[in-house]
Design a protein around this ligand. Structure first.
Ligand code: F3S
Length: 752
């Protein structure tokens, strides 16, 4: 038998899973006689039980075995804390941890990185020591953005990966099925448990024609976003197919998959093709490309397969788009941008142009931008506005430096920021406008909701291709269309910008730059660095086991009115820095939720003292006085991100049950994982029966069983009423509740 090909050049002890997937495929083929989509192939060949798993789209929950896990520094902190508290000694699947989110853009790459190393030292030290102890690969601050590094080093066709970041689907550009998840789900996979995913629908995006000229891969996803809108991809995988795919570079396909997150898609992917092979070769992974070619049946869709829905896009006629402001599905073809902006009162003057991010910072992207910048320079022009570049990785930065691309961009007037997320995640010390001031920025990023980049609700952010950001920066106005409008050069002559052009991959190969990777040491004999006095990190204590008794006379901490997303339960922004410290971040619990009693946020009645107070303080008071509490909510409670803090915080501050009209599924699972009872009113109008001073009792819990409602007694003053509460706990999840959390349950099983 020939020697196994490793999954990554950094992990010589791993092996590509193709042989196993092939065996699983034989089981799958026996079950399904129809031609399969690529998404179905990757999912079904990664099933824990490919022979017997029920697979009904939109209904069944697939139990899957991902090949690897990736985490970024904002989400990895709590995920690692949970992994540590599981008591396991090593991660069960290859996992990497990436430092990219905490670096604030202020001055320049080098200076900002230096400041971040000081400001976030304890978090970085913790993540590095935890990586070493538990066997994770660690990418230091300055290494680059998680998704670019995954594409360069770890993604491969047919991969099934989970990542604790919404844009994990980026690796679909290299033929992987990669999904963004919450930390608790990543911990399951790292602990060797199967990962659960509701069987998705598959939307086929059929690409015809050829991409070229000013039209960029970004325009494909901006068009898809316009067609499907921000909710249209929910519960679905977007599978790109058709001859148009071959005209897009591998990194371009990554861009398209990356931004599928903006339409709510589970993930997006392309089938293995020559462009991927070229990229694998260029990133020193020829052995993987050769192996993939032997298993093409696993890595491409079957002829004649059927999609649940098909979208057609003709690349020959796709006009560059500029989407926004405030939502990525509001598309303006460049020829209509000026008119639409005037009509809608968008500020015409562009204040800042930003290129890069995990979405658009490939060698090709930055090369094409440099070609536009050089054209401008040749005519004596430079950027009219601050123009910031975030290279996706140290490898990209070093390679564009060697090849002169960086010089062109800096001559054009660019500031090169650190190889990190920076302004894309609001890590931007922006000084050119005041908070609240109405202004316009254009970026090659993926997200543009209110305040995302600079916490200024007055900022109108438009997302577009990096090429278009560069061209617009030369004029600094939304009225410019580089496909139709002339510019005036420094000598007063009219000219038009040439279409952007660049090498897709560096002719001399990539320059790895400064070595920023630390593999896990063989012996793993490392102490975890968590200062007990730290404000940012705190080791987790296991939650208490259920005592076997009914939960009686529970106090209502808050009855939430209306929308309650994970942001309302656990706000982001300034709280980002406490992501690794459960007690401190719990001070944001429910501060954004509206109290039905007084229509106010963060103000509830403390029923022990009869005083009004902030929600977290009231919960802490109850906890100190052994008063168990519940929170009550309405529809789709917990929608938004899969942030597990929104489940950990109520549990930490003494909550025992969350009772709502309906749950967002991921949050419901997160609550169950943390040992909380996630319950829904059998009769939605029973929400009205619960008053702010009601006392609730959850009865007969010892007999809790799948599909059986729980009886709840509501006492309002002297009267009492009984209602039924539904739940979706299965047998194993009931054990999580009894053990106090899914992690406690895992420990019970492991120590048996
Ligand atoms: Fe970072 Fe923005 Fe991507 S936050 S991971 S660059 S979406």
């Amino acid at each position: 038998k020939s020697k196994a090909v490793p999954m990554s050049i950094h992990e010589p002890e791993t092996a590509l899973p193709y042989e196993k997937l092939k065996t699983n495929m034989e089981c799958v083929r026996k079950r399904f006689s129809h031609p399969l989509t690529l998404s179905e192939k990757i999912l079904y060949t990664h099933l824990e039980d490919p022979l017997n798993q029920e697979v009904e789209k939109g209904k069944s929950y697939l139990l899957l075995r991902p090949d690897r896990v990736a985490m970024q520094d904002a989400t990895a902190q709590m995920a690692m804390m949970q992994f540590i508290s599981s008591g396991l000694t090593k991660v069960a699947v290859p996992t990497t941890s990436h430092c990219d989110h905490l670096i604030e853009a202020q001055l320049s790459g080098e200076l900002d990185l230096k400041r971040s190393l000081d400001a976030n030292k304890e978090v970085y030290d913790f993540l590095q020591s935890a990586a070493a102890k538990y066997g994770l690969g660690f990418w230091k601050p300055g290494s680059g953005i998680i998704h670019q590094i995954l594409l360069e080093n770890y993604a491969f066709p047919g991969l099934l990966m989970v990542g604790t970041d919404s844009h994990t689907p980026n690796a679909g550009g290299l033929g992987g099925l990669c999904v963004g998840v919450g930390g608790a789900e990543a911990v399951d996979v790292m602990a060797g448990m199967p990962w659960e995913l509701q069987c998705p629908r598959i939307i086929g995006v059929h690409l015809t024609g050829q991409i070229g000229g000013w039209t960029a891969p970004k325009d494909v996803i901006l068009k898809v976003a316009e067609i499907l809108t921000v909710k249209g991809g929910t519960g679905a995988i977007l599978e790109y197919h058709g001859e148009g795919c071959d005209s897009i570079s591998c990194t371009g396909m990554g861009t398209i998959c990356n931004m599928g997150a903006e339409i709510g898609a589970t993930t997006s992917l392309f089938a293995f093709n020559e462009r991927m092979e070229q990229y694998l070769n260029a990133t020193k992974r020829k052995a993987i490309a050769d192996e993939a070619k032997k298993f093409e049946d696993l890595l491409t869709a079957d002829e004649g397969c059927e999609y649940d829905e098909v979208i057609e896009i003709d690349l020959d006629n796709l006009e560059p788009l500029v989407n926004g402001p405030y939502t990525p599905d509001l598309a303006h073809p460049i020829s209509q941008l000026a008119e639409n902006s005037e009509n809608n009162g968008y500020p015409m003057e562009i204040k800042v142009g930003l290129i890069g991010s995990c979405t658009n910072s490939s060698y090709e992207d930055l090369g094409r931008c440099a070609s536009i910048a050089q054209d401008a320079l040749d005519h004596g022009l430079t950027t009219q506005i601050p123009f910031n570049v975030t290279p996706g990785s140290e490898q990209i930065r070093a390679t564009i430096e060697r090849d002169g691309i960086l010089d062109i961009l800096t001559n054009f007037g660019a500031t090169v920021l650190a190889n990190a997320c920076g302004p894309c995640i609001g890590q931007w010390d922006r000084k050119d406008v005041k908070k609240g001031e109405k202004n316009t920025i254009v970026t090659s990023y993926n997200r543009n909701f209110t305040g995302r980049n600079d916490a200024n609700p007055g900022t109108h952010c438009f997302v577009t291709s990096p090429e278009m950001v560069t061209a617009l920066s030369i004029v600094g106005c939304l009225s410019f269309n580089p496909l139709a409008d002339e510019l005036t050069d420094s000598k007063g002559n009219k000219f038009m910008l040439k279409e952007p052009h660049a090498e897709e991959l560096p002719l001399e190969g990539f320059d790895p730059g400064v070595d920023t990777y630390t593999p896990p040491p063989k012996d793993g004999k490392v102490d975890i660095l968590v200062d007990p006095k730290s404000e940012r990190l705190q080791l987790l204590q296991p939650f208490e086991k259920w005592d076997g008794k009914d939960l009686t006379d529970l106090t209502v901490l808050i009855k939430v009115k209306g929308k309650c997303t994970t942001d309302h339960i656990s706000a982001a922004g300034v709280w980002l820095k406490y992501r690794g410290h459960l007690d401190n971040i719990s001070n944001n619990m429910f501060i954004g939720a509206v109290n039905a009693e007084n229509n106010e946020m963060n103000k509830v009645m403390n029923h022990r003292t009869s005083e009004w107070g902030p929600v977290p303080d009231t919960a802490r008071d109850y906890k100190c006085n052994n008063i168990k509490w519940v929170a009550v909510g309405e529809e789709n409670y917990g929608e938004g991100s899969s942030r597990e803090h929104a489940a950990l915080e109520p549990r930490h501050l003494g909550g025992v049950a969350i009772i709502v009209k309906s749950f967002a599924r991921i949050h419901e699972t997160n609550l169950k994982k943390q040992g909380l009872l996630a319950l829904t009113f059998a009769n939605a109008s029973d929400y009205d029966k619960i008053k702010h001073d009601s006392k609730l009792s959850l009865l007969n819990l010892a007999k809790m069983a799948p599909g059986q409602p729980i009886e709840c007694e509501i006492k309002n003053g002297g009267s009492s009423d009984k209602i039924k509460l539904n739940h979706t706990f299965n047998v194993e999840q009931i054990e999580w509740f009894k053990a106090g959390s899914a992690l406690n349950r895992m420990k019970e099983i492991l120590t048996k």
